[in-house]
Design a binder for this molecule. Structure first.
Ligand SMILES: Cc1cc2nc3c(=O)[nH]c(=O)nc-3n(C[C@H](O)[C@H](O)[C@H](O)COP(=O)(O)OP(=O)(O)OC[C@H]3O[C@@H](n4cnc5c(N)ncnc54)[C@H](O)[C@@H]3O)c2cc1C
Length: 463
């Protein structure tokens, strides 16, 4: 392997610190010890690595790393080759500012550096360190999704390295099946080395803040969910919030944290007006403050995350509405879990409230993403300070996500399945892709018949 003539870096356990650094992921639970980590410097390096992996007997497993933010081990490999795209992170805004080309290993920070300078915006992740690759291939719910839909709904074209080393361009006109599959089907069809996204006019200034609502009993929680139901009636695509069940340090008392955020809000007036009713429930821990650009917004959580335990397990699903019974039952589960074991008290449950209409404008069969009825998404984040409590975190995240899906189905009559970007790989593909699964299987057989790109929620047919 070391003698492979590529322009990028080839790292192995004998490379010392550089190898150790290259294995690092956002969650310590996502790291596996690869035989080699290859960091291509050009797209033409990648076919050589794929050919090398295929020529071994048995062939070496190939894993692809974008930003390394996914809380599974999908971007890592035990004993195989990781193709780490971090050096392929160039971002180029088109001269007419209507589109932006982003290499497959870029982080959203790389994109926001360019868009913020140019006073334009794109649908991307709320946090700077999330990779463009994984986020987009799994759908991509972002703070601008209320106005412009998901990241995949803003994807114009992509360039993909296939299992046999061919490099193809895909769009609605070129290789349209592949284009359909990578919009929600994940990284199992090839390595995306370039995404081209639609660019939108500047959506800022962006106002954000934090309200802390202490919850003494179920009645407090019921008040919050009643308020949300009322508030949503006037919500526009420029206002959203995330709600967290959390025990903020230093006291670690159970709270509901509400992070309101607004678009097009130069002086914070929109945030003050829109979120005024919430001020009756809690105290502002951070005042409403406008940020000039999305790069700044994407760093807003840095201080809080700096001290968060790095053993992180995430599962997520979708839900139809902020039903009081749903919130109440999850609150009880979270309270019990975080009360009984100090190792896991940083574990949190996050509920996103973005206007879902633009997402639901796209039909379920138009992209590989299953769920297009109006919906919201939630994430269960299990964090542990010790190895001993990791299994408890994993079980907690799985149990709560399963519960939310089942309870939401009972309350709404709609089974929304799993949120691909927060799956772990043990989910049934039927539950992730629904009626799109048969077409995904056909496309997988066409573009990656040997299942070279095997990580994720596999659609490979078992026959
Ligand atoms: C703190 C946090 C907040 C998040 N918030 C959101 C959110 O608001 N909305 C949302 O939708 N998701 C969110 N996510 C989930 C996130 O979108 C996924 O974890 C996503 O996979 C991260 O992308 P990545 O490139 O960093 O992942 P990686 O860990 O690098 O990869 C994840 C998967 O994508 C594949 N992949 C990555 N890049 C490529 C590529 N270029 N070509 C082919 N395959 C590729 C990998 O092989 C792997 O299977 C969040 C995650 C975290 C940890």
């Amino acid at each position: 392997m070391e003698s492979l003539q590529i322009k990028g870096a080839i790292l192995s356990p004998s490379s010392g610190d550089a190898y150790t650094a290259a294995l690092k992921r956002n969650s310590d639970l996502s790291t596996l010890r690869a035989a080699y980590v290859v960091q291509p410097a050009t797209v033409s390096d990648i076919p050589l690595v794929l050919a090398y992996a295929a020529a071994q007997s048995p062939p070496l497993e190939v894993a692809v790393k974008g930003g390394g933010a996914h809380s599974s081990t999908w971007a890592s490999s035990e004993g195989g080759i990781v193709i780490d795209l971090s050096k392929l992170n160039k971002v180029t805004l088109a001269e007419d500012k209507q589109s932006i080309s982003v290499q497959g290993g870029a982080l959203w920070e790389d994109v926001y550096k360019v868009t913020s300078q140019a006073n334009v915006d794109v649908v991307g992740a709320p946090l700077w360190f999330v990779g463009v690759g994984g986020f987009t291939l799994g759908g991509g719910y972002g703070p601008l999704s209320g106005e412009h839909g998901l990241a995949i709904d803003n994807l114009l074209s992509a360039t993909v390295v296939l299992d046999d080393g061919r490099v193809v361009r895909t769009s609605a006109e070129e290789e349209p099946d592949l284009f359909w599959a990578i919009r929600g089907g994940g990284g199992q069809f090839g390595i995306v080395v370039e995404f081209v996204f639609k660019v939108h006019p500047y959506a800022g200034p962006f106002t954000g803040g934090l309200l802390v609502c202490p919850v003494a009993d179920k009645a407090d929680l019921a008040k919050i969910s009643d308020l949300i139901t009322e508030w949503k009636k006037a919500q526009t695509s420029a206002e959203r919030f995330t709600l967290h069940f959390s025990r903020p340090p230093p006291e670690f008392k159970p709270c509901v944290l509400i992070f309101p955020s607004t678009l097009h809000d130069a002086d914070g007036a929109r945030a003050h007006d829109s979120f005024a009713p919430f001020l009756e429930l809690g105290r502002p821990a951070l005042p409403f403050k406008p940020a000039p650009d999305f790069l700044t917004v994407s760093h807003a959580a840095d201080r809080a995350l700096e001290h968060a335990p790095r053993r992180l397990a995430i599962r997520g699903t979708m839900f139809t509405d902020f039903f009081p019974e749903l919130l109440g039952a999850v609150w009880d589960k979270w309270l019990e879990f975080t009360e009984g074991n100090a190792d896991v008290r940083s574990s949190a449950v996050l509920w996103d409230c973005t206007v879902p209409d633009r997402i639901a404008d796209v039909k379920p069969g138009d992209t590989a993403l299953k769920t297009r009825v109006p919906h919201y998404w939630m994430a269960v984040q299990g964090r542990s300070t010790t190895d001993e409590s990791v299994d408890a975190c994993r079980n907690f995240t799985a149990d709560v996500a399963q519960f939310v899906r089942a309870k939401n189905t009972e309350l709404s009559g709609q089974d929304l399945g799993w949120l691909f970007n927060m799956c772990q790989g043990d989910e049934k593909p039927e539950d992730v892709f629904g009626e799109n699964l048969p077409r995904l299987r056909e496309i997988k057989d066409k573009y990656d018949p040997k299942n070279v790109f095997s990580r994720g929620v596999s659609v490979k047919s078992r026959t």
